[in-house]
Ligand binder design. Structure first.
Ligand code: AMP
Length: 582
């Protein structure tokens, strides 16, 4: 039973947080017991536990699985219309689509009404933390951009939607009507326009993931003149035809506001858009967006556009469950840790001896079961992959996220989000992880930063069409000033390629150094501005929600590679073989 409280009651919320973080081990045991008692008779658990709900038996017999292992059960419910009790005795009310852009394919995750309550509890706790540390939030309005995709129905008759759409559609009365518009462009345009008109009331700005905020700024860059003209004339653009957008905007855009339009023009016409968020919304105190893990690449861009406003990375959440809250919301984006909320799911952890070695996380079940530990037994400084068991029918399910234990709040562990388990680039025996690549790219960018560039976004793939194969990185660079994009200096770009190679691990360097190299010189393809928006639009058109979008770091889709390749403005190769001794 979850405790209930009013999220505005900071004292009550804080007491609950202290209480649960002081009893994490005990709560975890209760959570597992509840899951097993409730679900022992499901087809899935019965096949391993024979109807028993013993916790020891669970740890011995139930395998550690990936999505692919349980897809067959989910498909029976979602596609064949079989009952929820195949996986859970809670009734599955909808399926959540995970973005899938970070880990490969989209996943369908069961959701139940009870899970909705657990999520509501989590977000109440989160609100408590924010009310406690983010002063002034109630002195104005929050401009939080939300975009939802249309619902899809599975052949078995279940609704398929994103986590955000699920939350919003299940609590319709809490949200402004404009958010329910399912046309991304009209919705975003209208939300921005409302934010501009109410510019002086806005005290915080946010999106779910940092990549979304970047997309919004680009959209604003493309549309500010039209928006300013709407504000000047008090007339909405004709292409805004969605009735929800029209109704919301017309309430706010009720008269001509030439002074406001002038002041927006003045800011947007400035040569550089550095600090644009702070300039357009001068009362903004915080920017909210997840900025950890693969989102860390957006830190320089966000610092640039926000004028170094504090960026709050609030929580670690997913379609599978909500996991952790950042209890120090004002800390530097580089220092964010999430404190696990012990009543959300039953957590286990696969230790990763050397987190650079992704093989150890790909081992088979028997090996994993010998090494897996529960929440009470994780150690500071150790990397783990998160495994969850939920009431919604996921049992010992590998999240694919690698976490580092950084400390404890009372007795509850706190984790830094490190990377996805996936190897992003692989040729021969080299396996380069997302974080290896992120670190290497950050180091290489030190060459270009003094020239006024930052990296807006990047991606990569292993090009094996020629022998030897080589890694290709696509970079979209952005100038801090609004000057014309200069011709890139060939020597400096080649140096970037070499530095990326030099920063990859020994295995990579060995394969590059062989007398007959197994991996060829690394290539950077610089793409023209706006390319990664086109890539995002491509994935969104295929059903990924813009709220959840994470730029795929290992592009597999030929169409996506085509999109990037058709926008390349310069190709550069490493001219040095990396030194194996450093
Ligand atoms: P989705 O189910 O599409 O919402 O994606 C969930 C995934 O997003 C998680 O498994 C993580 O890989 C990633 N994610 C969620 N929250 C965070 C966070 N705070 N920091 C880094 N990555 C995150």
């Amino acid at each position: 039973m979850l405790p209930t409280f009013d999220p505005r009651d900071t004292e009550a919320g804080s007491r609950i947080l202290e209480d649960i973080s002081s009893n994490a081990g005990h709560i975890q045991e209760q959570v597992l017991e509840e899951i097993l008692t409730k679900n022992a008779s499901t087809d899935y658990l019965k096949s391993f536990l024979n109807g028993h709900s013993d916790k020891g038996l669970f740890k011995n017999k139930v395998p550690v699985v990936d999505y692919e292992d349980i897809k067959i059960y989910i498909d029976r419910i979602a596609v064949d219309g079989e009952p929820s009790r195949i996986l859970t005795n809670e009734s599955i009310t909808e399926l959540l689509i995970s973005s899938g852009t970070s880990g490969g394919k989209q996943k369908w995750i069961p959701k139940t009404a009870e899970e909705g309550e657990r999520r509501a509890f989590f977000f109440c706790l989160l609100a408590t933390v924010q009310n406690r540390y983010l002063h002034g939030l109630n002195d104005g309005k929050a401009l939080f951009f939300v975009l939802i995709n249309p619902d899809i129905h599975t052949p078995g008759g279940l609704v398929l939607r994103t986590t955000t759409a699920s939350e919003i559609k299940n609590r319709k009365d809490r949200y402004p009507e404009v958010i329910f518009c399912e046309d991304t462009n009209q919705s975003l345009y209208s939300q921005l326009l409302c934010g501009l008109v109410q510019r002086d009331a806005i005290v915080s700005i946010g999106t779910f993931f940092a990549s979304g905020l970047q997309r919004i700024i680009k959209f604003f860059e493309e549309h500010w003149q039209e928006m300013s003209s709407n504000i000047r004339t008090g007339q909405m653009s004709d292409w805004i035809t969605d009735p929800k957008c029209k109704r919301t905007v017309s309430l706010i855009l009720s008269k001509q506001m030439p002074d406001l339009a002038d002041s927006i023009d003045l800011v947007c016409q400035e040569k550089s858009w550095e600090g644009i968020i702070k300039k357009i919304w001068p009362r903004t105190k915080y920017v909210q967006a997840i900025i950890t893990g693969s989102m860390a690449q957006y830190i320089p861009a966000l610092e640039f556009y926000t004028g170094r406003l504090p960026v709050v990375s609030p929580a670690y959440v997913s379609s599978e469950a909500c996991f952790g809250i950042n209890l120090k919301p004002l800390c530097s984006p580089y220092d964010v840790s999430y404190t696990i909320i012990p009543n959300m799911a039953y957590y286990e952890f696969i230790p990763i001896g050397n987190h650079q070695d992704p093989d150890c996380t790909n081992s088979k079940d028997a090996h994993l079961k010998d090494h897996i530990v529960d929440l009470a037994n994780v150690k500071i400084g150790q990397h783990y992959e998160l495994v969850v068991t939920t009431c919604t029918g996921l049992y010992r399910y590998r999240m694919g996220d690698v976490l580092l234990v950084t400390g404890f709040h009372n007795i509850t562990p706190q984790f830094k989000f490190v990377q996805r388990r996936n190897v992003v680039l692989s040729i021969d025996t080299d396996k380069t992880t997302e974080q290896d690549l992120q670190n290497a790219v950050t180091i290489a960018m030190h060459i270009l930063e003094p020239l006024g560039f930052f990296l807006l976004d990047y991606s990569s793939y292993a090009d094996t069409s020629s022998i030897p194969g080589h890694y290709v990185l696509f970079w979209e660079l952005q100038l801090r000033s609004n000057d014309d994009f200069p011709v890139l200096d060939q020597v400096k770009m080649e140096k970037c390629c070499s530095l990326v190679e030099q920063s990859l691990d020994l295995q990579y360097k060995m394969l590059r150094n062989r007398s007959i190299s197994t991996i060829g010189p690394l290539e950077i393809r610089v793409v023209k501005q706006g390319t990664f928006n086109v890539l995002m639009d491509f994935y969104v058109s295929r059903g990924t929600s813009l709220n959840q979008y994470k730029t795929p770091k290992n592009i597999k889709s030929e169409k996506a590679i085509e999109i990037l390749d058709s926008r390349v403005v310069g190709k550069f190769y490493s001219t040095e073989v990396p030194n194996q001794d450093s």
